[in-house]
Design a protein around this ligand. Structure first.
Ligand SMILES: N[C@@H](CCC(=O)N[C@@H](CS)C(=O)NCC(=O)O)C(=O)O
Length: 214
């Protein structure tokens, strides 16, 4: 393989967004292979049979197949903006809540028709428990853990975005003004916009696509 790490990614996946944000904030370049979830490429399944994105394949053949580990690996290589200069236990606790309960309720809120046990509104209200935690943190600071961006912000932002985009009108009418502003700032942030660059799905024989391109 080329000397760059290789990232299997899916543009709209919040876990993959988190990994791409981590790579960008670390200033690293990777070979990017955009995938289609319904047709995962064989080389990806060979190195990571569990079949989820993101997957990062390192030049020494190590494979990192959890988004949080990719994020941590990237920032451990290089962290010019100090995303790890926070209470890492606090950050881990927030990421656990995000990936645990919040993701659980987010999926049900998003696909309420597939989960008729509760109404969509009830699912949303369960998800809001975490939104309230985030709103509380943002009361006196612009980012979740302080005055600068941390690993918690980039690890959580893609999921709050997904929650908001289930029904933007409802989200922006909820009583979480700090969180709404935080999300809005992220949606306009140049690094987030770069993380959302569109790529054609990778096929065997394609030329190497380097991310970010510049
Ligand atoms: N715990 C994993 C979860 C990754 C995950 O579930 N990704 C979804 C896409 S957002 C996936 O690949 N699902 C497999 C599928 O839909 O076939 C991580 O943090 O990387």
């Amino acid at each position: 393989m080329s000397s760059l790490p290789r990232l299997y990614s899916f543009r709209r996946c919040p876990y993959a967004m988190r990994a791409r944000l981590g790579l960008l904030f670390a200033g690293l370049k990777v070979e990017l292979r955009e995938i289609v979830l319904k047709n995962k490429p064989a080389p990806m399944l060979e190195i990571s049979p569990k079949g989820t994105v993101p997957v990062l394949e390192l030049p020494d053949d190590r494979v990192i197949e959890e988004s949080r580990e990719i994020l941590e690996w990237a920032l451990a290589q290089n962290d010019p903006e100090g995303l790890l200069d926070v209470d890492l236990q606090l950050a881990a606790g927030l990421l656990d809540q995000n990936d645990g309960d919040f993701k659980h309720w987010l999926d049900r809120y998003k696909y309420a028709d597939r989960h008729p046990e509760m109404s969509q509104q009830e699912y949303r209200q369960h998800g809001e428990v975490f939104l309230k935690v985030l709103e509380g943190l943002l009361t006196d600071r612009p980012y979740l853990l302080g005055n600068t961006i941390s690993i918690a912000d980039i690890g959580i932002m893609p999921f709050v975005r997904q929650f908001a985009h289930v029904d933007r009108q409802t989200f922006y009418a909820l009583p979480y003004p700090k969180l709404q502003q935080w999300l809005q700032n992220w949606l306009e942030h140049p690094v987030f916009l770069q993380a959302m660059t569109k790529f054609e799905p990778w096929q065997e024989g394609d030329e190497v696509v380097v991310f970010p391109a510049v």
